[in-house]
Design a protein around this ligand. Structure first.
Ligand SMILES: [Zn+2]
Length: 104
């Protein structure tokens, strides 16, 4: 068994190079490119796997998440990058306004 503890201090972003990620954020749906599947390159750049267009950068948070997830569970078939669903806007809430007590 190889001993990798000496390298466990900082996850290396270079290990993500070549990893395919599906972008499923709202902005990717509105301004998508081909199948919204990108490949991670140098410095966590994201490149469209179909047409080669530059799609942005993988955040350090997302990179760390993918590295940690792979270390724990092994490489998944596909990685999907999403943003958490935003809470509903106050105007969209169905709750009735609180009753107003009239004081006479
Ligand atoms: Zn494309």
């Amino acid at each position: 068994m190889p001993q990798l503890d000496a390298f466990a201090t900082e996850p290396s972003s270079s290990s993500l190079i070549g990893t395919k990620v599906r972008l499923d954020r709202p902005t990717n749906r509105e301004h998508g490119c081909c199948d919204n599947v990108v490949i991670i390159g140098k410095a966590n750049s994201l490149t469209c796997t179909t047409c080669g267009a530059f799609r942005g950068w993988l955040s350090a948070e997302a990179a760390t998440f993918i590295i940690e997830t792979r270390a724990r569970f092994g490489a998944p078939e596909s990685i999907v990058l999403r943003t958490p669903r935003a809470p509903p806007a106050p105007a969209a809430r169905a709750d009735p306004p609180p009753p107003v007590k009239e004081i006479k």
